[in-house]
Design a protein. Structure first.
Length: 100
């Protein structure tokens, strides 16, 4: 998100009618490689390509057996090292939602 960063929980809806397509977000990364360089398993590659078979979050949250022992770190449930490295996620954080 242009002002909120990239840390979101994604969801989906099943509908029985066509919906208008959202405009594609512009590439704001440029030559930045912070997430790529920070990834402990090399799961990221330019330009914005994720190899899910190498992603620690997929291994640990989906119960998928990793192809190799996990690197040392707090990876019991997810990783998010790439999210922490992204300069667009350095803002004030998410707003609270009343009632949740």
């Amino acid at each position: 998100h242009p002002t909120l960063g990239s840390t979101f929980v994604l969801g989906g809806l099943l509908v029985d009618r066509p919906l208008p397509a959202a405009p594609r977000a512009p590439d704001r990364c440029g030559d930045c490689r912070r997430c790529i360089d920070a990834c402990p398993t090399g799961a990221l590659a330019p330009p914005g390509v994720l190899d899910a078979g190498r992603c620690l979050s997929r291994w640990s949250t989906a119960g998928v057996e990793p192809p190799a022992p996990l690197p040392r770190g707090p990876y019991d449930f997810g990783c998010d090292v790439c999210q922490d490295a992204c300069p667009y996620n350095a803002g004030p954080g998410p707003e609270s939602f009343p009632g949740l």
